[in-house]
Design a protein around this ligand. Sequence first.
Ligand code: G3P
Length: 226
Amino acid sequence: MKIFLDSADIKEVKEAASWGAIDGVTTNPSLVAKENTDFFELLKEICETVDGPISMETTSLDAEGMVNEGRTFVKLHPNIIVKCPLTKEGLKATRALSSENIRVNVTLCFSANQALLAAKAGAYFISPFVGRLDDLGTEGMQLIQDIRQIYDNYQFETEILVASVRHPLHVLEAARIGADIVTIPFKVLDALVKHPLTDRGLDQFMKDWDKLPDSIKRPPSIDARS
Ligand code: G3P
């Protein structure tokens, strides 16, 4: 399963990239707005930091506007994926852009029927928002299972990009279901690394090692090896 970072914070992107942990980045207007900086400059810097799919969201509400934005976005960098919302206009834009070989990440997906329409429109990625469904008391991960079954039934090539991830269990369940990608905020990526037994074990290794005299821990001197 591929892991994308769901962030427009270049510091988070650079840190996550330094771990070798991420295969791409997703952004959206809310995440970009938080950075309050030049949109195209920011996305270009993200593209130059992570060599993978970088999702950049349109802000038009009509298909023509989305198509024009998408054509402009992809000139920024070959790794740009155009994000369009799962609306009628978004499906029209997806159909048009995909017919021009421009890859579209269809976002704000909340039902399997929506995901079916997105695949038929030629979506490259589908982004079901599991956390927001959980927030309503419905099972977000059930949507991922349903989409996985439907896409497999009909050999749709659209990749399932699990979004609105709130915690490590979402990541684990997405991998078990066979989602293609999860996009996760930095705080969740950070939580994936941590385990108290790792910290406790490392602490004990260091304590045991520190008990040894330095004389038996030093590497042999160069001449002793010659
Ligand atoms: O990529 C979509 C994601 O950013 C939405 O997450 O937490 O706002 O539901 P959230």
